[in-house]
Design a protein around this ligand. Structure first.
Ligand code: ZN
Length: 220
């Protein structure tokens, strides 16, 4: 089933599905829970367009490579090409804001990290990036005051606020554009708050972005 970026009301956005640029350890408490140091500059990695699926539909969790973790993150949809962009240019290129799950094969990632190998297989596999629909940026008063919450089977597991980001959204996008040209349809995932944990088939998830967005979905 092919994925298409959509506005909150379900109307399709006329944008391709691009790459997803992610930032690791953008919340201090999350870095601490995995015993990782806080990076001195943004730690970036990319999920390919083939990792993207629709979060509102049941999404597949791999069985064969050890524990899969959920990471709930605010997502930013880019609508214009950005290269060496200033934070102001970054803001004008944002089409919408939503939520993404940065699904992670945690055991595989730990093995790859221990060997000093790239961790792409653990982060960029097919279906590793369920994305929500997008709220238009006009509806968002302040990108850096939004609550991010995840319930798994009715239990609140992640709760953070975008004010806690070590790299705020606009400087982060500007930084990303120094290395990777951002193209219309690309998405930036802005890092997970603390509380990450395992997810498996049949888990029911509810994610919320403040009062803007609420989605109930299921792992299969
Ligand atoms: Zn993440």
């Amino acid at each position: 089933m092919s994925y298409q970026h959509q506005y909150l009301d379900g109307s399709p956005l006329n944008l391709p599905t691009g790459k997803v640029i992610c930032v690791g350890r953008n919340f201090a408490e999350h870095a601490a829970e995995l015993n990782n140091p806080i990076p001195t500059e943004p730690m970036l990695f990319i999920k390919p367009s083939t990792s993207v699926v629709d979060m509102s539909k049941p999404f597949f969790v791999p069985r064969d490579y050890g524990v899969v973790h959920f990471e709930t993150e605010m997502s930013i949809l880019i609508g214009e090409t950005l290269k060496h962009a200033s934070p102001i240019q970054a803001k004008s290129a944002i089409i919408g804001v939503g939520l993404g799950l940065d699904l992670t094969l945690r055991e595989l990632q730990d093995q790859l990290k221990a060997k000093g190998h790239p961790w792409e297989k653990s982060k960029g596999f097919d279906g590793s990036c369920p994305l929500s629909r997008f709220v238009s940026l006009d509806e968002v008063e302040d990108l850096q005051t939004l609550d991010i919450r995840l319930w798994v089977n009715g239990e609140l597991r992640q709760q953070g606020n975008s004010s806690q980001m070590l790299n705020q959204v606009l400087p982060l996008i500007s930084y990303c554009s120094e290395f990777f040209t951002l193209e219309p349809g690309d998405v930036v995932l802005t890092g997970t708050p603390a509380g990450v944990g395992p997810i498996s088939a049949d888990d029911k998830l509810c994610v919320e972005l403040d009062k803007l967005l609420s989605i109930t979905t299921q792992a299969v």
